[in-house]
Design a protein around this ligand. Structure first.
Ligand code: XMP
Length: 594
């Protein structure tokens, strides 16, 4: 009997999102590795071939069982999957002409997959290669402004390909397109409900824990809080103990607030341990962001080990619990064909080894942030714990950028519109482009007048698409524009002093937002300290973002009045020379800079 939509995973950052969207439609969906035999996929209503970081032109093709084309089920290829279909059926895939990251407008033609859609709509692109010539038997059903083949179909064989990603929320009618595929083309039956999620999670914890107890690491964020509460619900409070390690990278007065919130929520089996000096010492001479992340992840484990040993908790009876969620896994290169974007603190190699040895339990590792919040609500956790802005495990450590110091100054970048002055900042940050990690420079727009946010929404992706080596776009929001041209990166490390500066400015900025702009759509607002300047040697980046599940993100536009309040308050402290505003979406940027 037909039972699910099967997804072959070619390593896209969004593969898991496809599953989630199909489940939202009320249909079971399952991810399979690319080497799965076609016979295993026979019971699928239809197949989806995901995107991925590889290039069909520059690298060997990822192998998959060609017999999937004999299953006589509808197939939808997305991004890499779309190119794979074009290539397999004799079309042409080419590189580079249409490097596109971000929103694009498509014009669509009549097709069952576009049923009841407007003729023009916006979609989310993230690719370097593109389909240049259709295979025989296929028709083009969507095109973008640069005339690339955004979608194709072979009606008779029920095969469809999209260059864009319908699974991300930024694709305006993405869910409608998937619904057309699932119900009109695959004729799937509804067989999955969201309400069963909590019961499923509890059932799974009981299976995974067996007779063991769980020692859960708690960061104070929503993920580990929900994971902890779930474990208690499934195993009872006697079989669960919590450990909060203060790594010294928390925001102003945050540890105290977290303690109070957990006590108020009725949890009294949590140990609080101050390891701030130890963490700081371990990263004091590190510049490379990945090294920093690895050391912080390892330090968490070393301390957890030590405390377990001190309390006589042996690995034989106790598992280590982590509040890992799905984006942590996928961005850490955690599936077969996916690329490493950044190693999340709970995905360092030692954790991976412990997972293989069956020593770790991660009850919410398949979920996204908004699903985690939903489970938190169902468990009755207080809103102070559920609705906090997400905060990364390595905390402010990955928001204090370090540098050896150079004499490199901002260099001018050519841009056709001469009213826009654009410069390459001699500092690098992490991004994600076409499912791959990038470590590149931001472009900085310097303009004496305010440019409207709507204009910047269009301009920023144009800049990252057209200028190689630029993965972020900033505007110089405050500071002397002349001095900016001669400023350089300074030799700077992760010190108590620089952490203190960021902590102070982070509190200042967030207090203004809380006071004057409490009704907003900001999902998270990192504030980043750059070792770039002249008199103080530092600059600040404001990074407010809107998102649903951290996989795709738009920059959030603060009202100019609020921005003005923030920049004047920050400049008054005389702690930084320049204030930048990050107007990069994800992709091509990531939320955090490291
Ligand atoms: P990026 O920067 O990858 O961030 O777009 C996505 C989300 O994940 C958070 N983040 C982390 N969370 N451990 C965590 O628990 C980490 O190592 C980590 N790194 C990034 C980030 O704040 C954002 O919400």
């Amino acid at each position: 009997m037909k039972s699910e939509i099967a997804i072959l995973d070619f390593g896209s950052q969004y593969t898991h999102l496809i599953t989630r969207r199909i489940r939202e439609l009320g249909v079971k969906a399952h991810i399979y590795p690319t080497n799965t035999s076609a016979t295993k996929l026979g019971s699928a209503f239809g197949l989806i071939l995901s995107g991925g970081p590889r290039s069909l032109i520059k690298e060997p093709h990822i192998k998959f069982d060609k017999n999937i084309f004999n299953l006589q089920v509808p197939i939808l290829g997305l991004c890499y999957g779309h190119q794979l279909l074009a290539d397999y059926f004799g079309g042409d895939v080419k590189s580079d002409r249409a490097r596109e990251y971000g929103l694009a407008e498509i014009k669509i033609s009549d097709s069952p997959i576009f049923l009841k859609l407007p003729l023009k709509t916006s979609v989310w692109m993230s690719h370097g290669d593109h389909v240049d010539k259709l295979p025989k038997g296929f028709q083009q059903i969507a095109m973008t402004d640069n005339r690339s083949i955004a979608a194709m179909q072979n009606l008779e064989q029920r095969i469809y390909g999209f260059q864009f990603h319908p699974e991300v929320t930024h694709t305006e009618f993405g869910q409608k397109m998937l619904s057309n595929f699932v119900f009109n083309i695959c004729r799937a039956q509804k067989n999955w409900t969201n309400k069963s999620m909590l019961a499923e999670l509890i059932k799974q914890i009981k299976i995974d824990a067996g007779s063991k107890k769980v020692f859960q690491l708690i960061s104070g964020g929503v993920d580990s809080a929900v994971s902890f509460a779930l474990l208690q619900k499934a195993l009872g409070s006697k079989r669960v103990a919590g450990l909060y390690i203060d790594n010294g990278f928390m925001r102003l007065q945050e540890t105290g607030a977290i303690k109070r919130a957990f006590t108020k929520a009725g949890f009294n089996n949590i140990t609080f341990y101050d390891a701030s000096e130890f963490f700081l010492k371990n990263v004091s001479d590190i510049i490379d962001p990945e090294k920093k992340r690895h050391i912080i992840g390892d330090t968490f484990l070393n301390i957890a080990d030590e405390i377990m040993r001190k309390n006589g908790l042996s690995n034989r009876d106790w598992l280590l619990g982590q509040g890992t969620i799905y984006p942590d896994t996928i961005e850490s290169g955690g599936t077969k064909n996916s690329d490493l974007i950044k190693t999340h603190h709970n995905r360092v190699p030692r954790v991976q080894k412990m997972i293989s040895a069956g020593l770790i339990i991660e009850p919410i590792k398949e979920l996204y942030k908004d699903e985690v919040r939903l489970i938190g609500q169902q468990l009755g956790l207080p809103t102070t714990l559920i609705n906090r802005h997400p905060f990364p495990g390595p905390g402010l450590a990955i928001r204090v950028l370090c540098n050896q110091g150079t004499t490199a100054k901002p260099t001018r970048l050519n841009w056709p519109d001469k009213k826009i002055q654009l410069f390459k900042l001699p500092i690098q940050s992490v991004g994600v482009q076409g499912d791959e990690r990038s470590y590149a420079h931001p472009g900085v727009i310097v303009c004496s007048k305010n440019i409207a946010w709507e204009k910047l929404r269009i301009l920023a992706p144009q800049i990252t698409n057209q200028i190689k080596g630029i993965n972020r776009v900033l505007i110089l929001s405050a500071g002397n524009a002349k001095n900016f041209l001669t400023a350089t990166p300074h030799s700077a490390y992760l010190t108590k002093n620089r952490l203190g500066i960021l902590r102070q400015l982070d509190a200042l900025v967030n207090d203004i937002i809380k006071k004057y702009y409490s009704k907003n759509n900001i999902w998270q607002m990192p504030i980043v300290l750059l070792p770039f300047g002249n008199s103080t040697g530092n600059s600040l980046v404001l990074r407010p973002v809107e998102s649903k599940e951290a996989m795709t993100v738009s920059f959030a536009a603060l009202p100019n009045k609020i921005l003005k309040k923030i920049t004047s308050a920050v400049l008054k402290t005389a702690l930084v020379d320049f204030i930048f505003y990050d107007i990069t979406n994800k992709p091509p940027g990531t939320i955090e800079w490291e």
